[in-house]
Write a protein that binds this ligand. Sequence first.
Ligand SMILES: Cc1cc2nc3c(=O)[nH]c(=O)nc-3n(C[C@H](O)[C@H](O)[C@H](O)COP(=O)(O)OP(=O)(O)OC[C@H]3O[C@@H](n4cnc5c(N)ncnc54)[C@H](O)[C@@H]3O)c2cc1C
Length: 413
Amino acid sequence: MSDRHKPVVILGAGLQGCCVALELAQRGVRVVLLDRDEIPMNRASLRNEGKIHLGLVYANDRTLATANLVLQGSLHFYNLLAKWLGLAIDRLSCSTPFNYLVANDSLLTADELAKHYRAIELEYHQYLKRYPQLNYLGQRPEQLYRYLTSEELAIYFQSSYFRTGFQTAELAVDTEQLAILIRQAMERSSSIQFLPSKLVKSVERFNGLFRIEGIDPEGTWLLEGQQVINATWENRLAIDRSIGIECIDGWLHRLKYRVIARLPESLRDAPSVTMVIGRYGDVVIRPNGTVYLSWYPLALQGWSHELQPPASWDDPCRGRVPQKQARDLAAGVLEAIDSWFPGIGKSEPFLVDAGAIFAYGRTDVDKTTSGLHDRTKIGVTSVDGYHTVDTGKLTTAPLFAMTVADRVMDWML
Ligand SMILES: Cc1cc2nc3c(=O)[nH]c(=O)nc-3n(C[C@H](O)[C@H](O)[C@H](O)COP(=O)(O)OP(=O)(O)OC[C@H]3O[C@@H](n4cnc5c(N)ncnc54)[C@H](O)[C@@H]3O)c2cc1C
């Protein structure tokens, strides 16, 4: 039960917090959405790759549980965004489809990968049959993957680097566009009050309510709410702990950089790529002639098992990267990718920034036993009106927003 005169307070205006706000607003709930930044959608939900995962990349979780979870997220992603964005959803553009290229020293063989992809495709068809309204980014492709022929592989790639490749139906959304559309939808809603520049320090229970404390440019502030949703991603554990919720052991924060560049004309229709499975990289080719580039050995620049990542991560996660560092990183990433994707090196980088990734694991993705292959410990935990969300992936944020909204409504009864 809760005091209906106070607002529901959402901490963190990334995709997770914004989707919860939009859904609660549609259900007639007044919400206050706080963020330490001046605008919503300024952190990981903006500075990521934008892939809407079908689960293909999680082949080393042999239980299929991770793939299944992200697959569900991806099949709800478009409809839920359309519910909140309305017709503006048509302005959200997608990348070219991903090729999955199997590196010579991949953790899994091509046969093992094909087996995983086949299992996902089966699962996918079962979902589509059971729920005719579901779709993958507005489409219902018949086939999710097929082997590339060696001739096809050689069109764009240095074949000697790969055992084989797959063409897949997987796509990425343009995260800059997504951020703009989400911000606009929130501005249109009279039930959402966005409070910028509010850094949350703690939450406590008080007289059946929640007291949220923090700092802003004017000093300290205090806010009361009937329920609280913690969607602060890499700061979530610290805020949970302040209200007495302990986290599962074994968490990890990683700092990963990305490079955005203008593509040479000749590669504008090339496939997007994920190299599997190990410490490799991704290339996302967007319809506006830009490309997202990530090469894991260079892009991964922070690793922390502390409750909160180091303060030094804050600047790159807000897009502030010193010019020389940005130039050197971009040059290194372009050179590394150009060796197996010739021509990429001619791209012109214009943005380098980073995002924090929260997950569970002690060792890196090139180890078969790494916890990073399993992303099932994600989702919503609720304790008497306090809801904390481990978003897991951009892909799963809209689906988890529905779970949060259901729990908020239940607690109001
Ligand atoms: C480089 C990179 C690539 C990725 N690629 C993909 C991908 O291809 N596909 C995919 O599905 N996922 C991907 N992800 C993961 C995805 O970006 C995240 O899972 C998702 O964006 C998390 O959303 P969120 O809203 O929880 O976090 P965020 O978007 O980070 O939002 C959290 C918000 O909380 C605010 N906040 C934090 N602490 C406080 C505080 N104390 N007080 C007030 N406000 C606070 C922040 O300012 C921020 O606005 C990637 C992540 C990274 C970093």
